[in-house]
Design a protein around this ligand. Structure first.
Ligand SMILES: [Zn+2]
Length: 343
């Protein structure tokens, strides 16, 4: 028998503690830490798994959507039976993460994260991790994190690669230093249009999780840099970027995304099983939106508006960015569709 290499549950974190930069002190900090993961899908699943396996004290994970068959190649918390039943991702995530065991208290919440509920959902969290799928939500996270001085990690994946940026408010750039304004609606490729590979998800989320552990345990030693990874071409780049001296968020302390409550974005049309979602208040390039939607669905021009069938919902899109989403009274579901396909 080997002496000194015990295998009882008290040794669960032995191999992490042996990693000197983390050590017993770092592990103790993780045990005290609360982490917020926004989204339980591709990035969110790997991020949450990393946090639970690493032994953070508390994990809050929030997702508004349900499991779909197309999720299964890369969303590690879900199985065929969840897609079969259309289980809410939050519920499936709770079940899967709970089964991993360990000391983490897990709170999985089925909700659409917005300016109204983010302060409540993320209250007491020491780190925010980005597993979202749209820029609108990331700007909200960035506003919240900078406003409250909470570190967060931006992560975005598409195709065979993506970007990671650890953001430590007051030290280095924030998300809006890099991307001051959202691009025009319909101009950005998304995973729904350009596809995505599991190894890219794993690489991006693993880098984000590692930097998250660092921000929780030894933030001062970290120089935030933008990482660009591509698993298909085998490329990694790290870019040192200064904070922008005129950044609206971290220099001018403007937080517009914290001031747009859900109730201003949506209107449930009573008795019509339809939700209206407002756009950003700018005119859409309807030709670009037509091309985008044509890649995804059957789309028709009806005078100035476009009508498409997506995920079983009929969607009518107006040139002012407004959309009617039929077949639901759930504003979270309507926003999920809007942000995924029309933003
Ligand atoms: Zn900034």
């Amino acid at each position: 028998m080997v002496v000194g290499l015990s295998t009882g549950p008290e040794n669960r974190f032995d191999r992490q503690v042996r990693y000197a930069p983390l050590g017993a002190a770092g592990q103790a900090r993780l045990r005290e830490a609360s982490v917020f993961v926004l989204g339980a899908g591709a990035l969110g699943g790997v991020l949450a798994q990393n946090m639970v396996r690493s032994g953070v004290g508390r994990l809050v994970i929030v997702d508004r959507d349900h499991v779909d068959w197309t999720n299964l190649p890369r969303q590690v918390l879900f199985e065929d039976r969840h897609a079969q039943a259309g289980t809410l991702k939050a519920h499936a995530a709770q079940e899967t993460l709970q089964r991993m065991g360990g000391p983490t208290h897990i709170e999985a919440i089925a909700a659409h994260v917005d300016a109204e509920n983010l302060p409540e959902l993320a209250r007491g969290c020491d780190l925010l991790l980005d597993g979202s799928d749209n820029l609108e939500t990331r700007y909200l996270l960035n506003d919240y994190a900078v406003r409250h001085g909470v570190p967060w990690v931006y992560a975005g994946v598409i195709g065979g690669g993506g970007l990671v940026l650890p953001i430590a408010p007051g030290r280095g750039p924030c998300l809006r230093c890099l991307f001051p304004e959202p691009p025009p609606p319909g101009s950005l490729e998304t995973c729904d249009t350009a596809g995505v590979l599991m190894p890219a998800v794993g690489a991006i989320a693993s880098f984000a999780a590692g930097l998250g552990l660092r921000l929780l345990t030894d933030p001062e030693g970290l120089t935030p840099r933008l990482l660009e990874l591509d698993v298909w071409h085998g490329e990694v780049r790290a870019l040192s970027l200064p904070a922008h001296p005129d950044c609206p968020t971290c220099a001018r302390a403007e937080f517009p995304y914290l001031n747009t409550p859900l109730s201003e974005r949506t209107l449930s049309l009573c008795g019509r099983n339809t939700v209206q979602v407002r756009g950003r208040g700018e005119a859409l390039d309807m030709e670009r939106m037509y091309d985008r939607l044509q890649e995804l669905a059957n789309v028709q021009r009806m005078g100035p508006v476009l009508r498409a069938e997506l995920e079983g919902h009929r969607i009518t899109l107006f040139p002012d960015g407004r959309a009617l989403i039929e077949g639901t009274e759930d504003t979270g579901r309507a926003l999920a569709l809007y942000d995924r396909y029309l933003a």
